[in-house]
Design a protein around this ligand. Sequence first.
Ligand code: BTN
Length: 243
Amino acid sequence: SEILYFETVDSTNTQAKKIALQGVKDGTIIISEEQGGGRGRLSRSFFSPKYKGIWFSVILKPKFLPQEAPKCTLMAATAITKAIEDVTGVKVGIKWPNDVLYEGKKLVGILTEMNAEMDCINYIIIGMGINVNIDKEEMPEEIQNIATSLSQITGKKISRLKLLNKILYYLEHLYIICQEEGFAPILDEWRKYSITLNQHIRVIGTNEVLEGIAVDIDDDGALLVNIDGQIKRVLAGDVSIRP
Ligand code: BTN
């Protein structure tokens, strides 16, 4: 597929949005060495220093219903997790729906944005940020203790190119599987890496706060939470794992 490379950009997700409706191919990639205005979920900013990480977005045009969009986030998290394991040997975990963590610290952030009509998706943008070679002291103070990087974990400089290659390989592979065989095989993979399932969690959603046990993910990628014996579907929200 097509790869658009930038030295610098405000946000690869914003850049992707600008071109997504101009007839770009399914799987087009926008990647930048740095982002001046990297965006996270819940209008947070995302630290994206030059040459130190992998900051990129993929434009997908899947034949999904809008409510199936969370599948893309789970697919991306699974692809990145597998690639990190292959290239560095580091075992990381996925916190539903979109964080890849190491010992509780954030290593990867994923921001999925969608443009849809009634029952068809025009495009989905999956923005992924991987902290590769960032020293602790280089991070803003407020994230030094909640974020980490592959170089901090391994004590070595990691090849961004090798890692990106593997990520793109797994992304393409899982995307094809998802369209040809459905979502079940991806879910099976995802479950292996999940640190959310079987945990007591609190979900801060748009309108409510829920607490219960995360029991499973359904076929659309929604989290199923057991709240006092009742199963509730959670499509999006900020999850914290409670003791
Ligand atoms: C989060 O953790 O809240 C999501 C962070 C997503 C960061 C990536 S970096 C590439 C893409 N462009 C952005 O502006 N954000 C995403």
